[in-house]
Design a protein around this ligand. Sequence first.
Ligand code: 5GP
Length: 194
Amino acid sequence: MKELKERILKEGKAVDEEVLKVDSFLNHKVDPKLMQAIGRDFAGHFKDQGITKVVTIESSGIAPALMTAFEMQIPMVILKKHPSRILNDDLLQTEVMSYTTKIGYELSLSSHQIGESDHVLIVDDFLANGEAVTGAMRLMRMAGATIAGLGIVIEKSYQPGRDKIVSQGVPVYSLARIRHMEKDRIEFYPDEEE
Ligand code: 5GP
């Protein structure tokens, strides 16, 4: 997605080969117009597949996922990372290792929100080692739902996430695929190879 890649080049900060900061439009301050364009792109790519819900992981996946759900006119479900006293009825939980903190956390879903009749699209901001989305996929299977695919805003293609997911037969559609990154340098795959 040309507009997204331009924003990454202009405003993104490649800290090192592992971490890209995009705090000025995705992870901290959020650009609603860009989120709308992202939502339209995902909705167009995954249209006519019988998707019933968009699923994301709090917190940075919420903005692109909500706009995708809005475009598709279906609900969005947020998988919770933090324990809550009120979200305690029929919880499905799975352990995930955080990319940014390197600390494990329990990803949670109330079984009332997703079930056997659901065919879901999982949307997240980054795909790196694929831990977060693998946890989300495990929860979907625990809930009895099927998975149409993954919509990723920024994929670091040189990290293992994509292969991990694709080898499970789940399609991955990413809007910006980074081929190589080092401090202050970002290189994308061209759009036609995506
Ligand atoms: P994974 O589980 O695929 O290793 O990492 C995915 C999660 O880690 C994303 O949901 C995102 O929150 C975070 N993450 C991974 N790589 C980056 C990065 O380069 N920059 C930022 N800001 N977050 C990242």
